[in-house]
Design a binder for this molecule. Structure first.
Ligand code: SAM
Length: 386
């Protein structure tokens, strides 16, 4: 296979040559490597390092005693970076023989041959057979077909990527329903919708194994969503976790929304603000997306490392750290367009909201979005004042 050498963080890898006709070629190359996901991998290195350090100090473990599996490794770049830059005990798996051969070469050029385990096989078979402290699922498209096996395998942390944003965000509704056993809505907060639909699915998969999830850091960036979830075993913990599943009633006329926690819940059919019929999304995750202290630890890891996408990664984590952790965000531009007025600087809007006694923050989802515990009526009143 023709290859070129790339470097991410402190790790080198041989990958297929740059395709000359875009994304399609990346996915049809004999071994998958997407340079756009360097940011995702930089964030993975920092997040998994932060989590492993917390684990190691709580349980007096060496980093090399913590097991990590990248069940869908392709070139191996993600897992090799975790082995080299974090020092965990890493297993790399792929069912493609070409990927398996390339992972071996990549382990060798990083002097990791004796330090990582490389497997050729079906991710689900491996994960149903073996337990790992940290399980990473980073597929092309939807992670859903790996979630049962990943839930069976994981002990402490589950990291999951989904790149099928159209089904997740309701743009391809039937595909979303098929894959995620939930109804996503294609609304202005579609990126948050996608993240919460994926998290809802993961919570339900883990629950079958009596495992509960605690989101530590979750983000929607460009064409993908990514979640780092602490996992805890136990029926009571799982029951408690499932209380954060529920539904969103969204009014497509005035964009008011109400959230309804629980799987057995009465959802009002009419919008409380304008009386129009609402559309219902769910079941989805309505609980927190971030743990502040964990985001602080990730920021320390990012700051102390040489990373290609450091600046962007820091920005995402900082925004997530400071984001008001409630569903769902509003888009200022959409609201002001509906009112026929021009948008105000975001800092001023946030100041007005907090001045009126509400909580408010920017979000990592987009530059024009904000979160607040004010209702739509109060938000519109503030926007009209200007
Ligand atoms: N995690 C990689 C990274 O960060 O560069 C990218 C992985 S790539 C998107 C997905 C890989 O999963 C492909 O190499 C494919 O061969 C492999 N794959 C797909 N289904 C699989 C399965 N059921 N078992 C094992 N490998 C699988």
């Amino acid at each position: 296979m023709k290859t070129r050498t790339i470097q991410e963080g402190g790790t080198r890898a041989l990958v297929p040559p740059v395709p000359d006709d875009g994304q399609l070629s990346i996915s049809s190359a004999s071994v998958f490597y997407n340079p756009e996901m360097e940011l995702n991998r930089d964030l993975s290195v920092a997040s998994i390092a932060a989590f492993s350090q917390i684990m190691s100090s709580r349980r007096h473990l060496e980093m090399s005693e913590i097991t990590y599996v990248d069940a869908l490794s392709a070139s191996g770049i993600r897992g090799l970076r975790i082995a080299k830059e974090v020092g965990l005990n890493v297993t790399l798996n792929d069912w493609s023989e070409e990927a398996y051969t390339l992972i071996k070469e990549n382990a060798a050029i990083n002097d990791l041959t004796d330090k990582v385990r490389i497997c050729l096989g079906n991710a689900n078979a491996l994960l149903h057979k073996e337990r790992y402290n940290i399980v990473d699922i980073d597929p092309f498209g939807s992670p859903t077909t790996y979630l049962d096996a990943a839930s069976s395998s994981v002990i402490n942390m589950l990291a999951v990527t989904a790149t099928d944003t159209a089904p997740l965000c309701g743009a391809h509704l039937n595909s979303g329903i098929r894959k995620y056993s939930a109804v996503p809505l294609n609304v202005e907060y579609h990126s948050e919708m996608g993240l919460r639909i994926m998290l809802g699915m993961i919570a339900r998969d883990l629950a079958r194994h009596e495992k509960a999830m605690h989101p530590m850091f979750c983000h929607a960036t460009r064409h993908y969503v990514r979640a780092y979830l602490e996992v805890k075993k136990g029926a009571n913990k799982t029951d408690k976790c499932l209380k954060d599943l529920g539904f969103i009633a969204h009014c497509t006329k005035c964009t008011a929304r109400s959230v309804h926690y629980g799987m057995a819940v009465h959802i009002p059919e009419k919008c409380e603000l304008c009386g129009e019929e609402t559309s219902i999304a769910g079941p989805l995750w309505l609980g927190p997306l971030h743990n502040r202290e964990f985001c602080d630890s990730v920021l320390v890891q990012l700051t102390n490392r040489e990373l290609g996408k450091k600046e962007y990664a820091v920005k995402i984590v900082e925004l997530c750290r400071n984001e008001l952790d409630i569903p769902t965000f509003y888009d200022q531009h959409l609201l002001t367009k509906k009112l026929g007025i021009s948008a105000m600087p975001m800092e001023e809007l946030l100041k007005e909201l907090t001045g009126d006694g509400f909580k408010a923050s920017r979000t990592h989802f987009s530059g024009t979005s904000f979160k607040t515990n004010a209702g739509l009526k109060e938000i519109l009143d503030i926007l009209r004042r200007f």
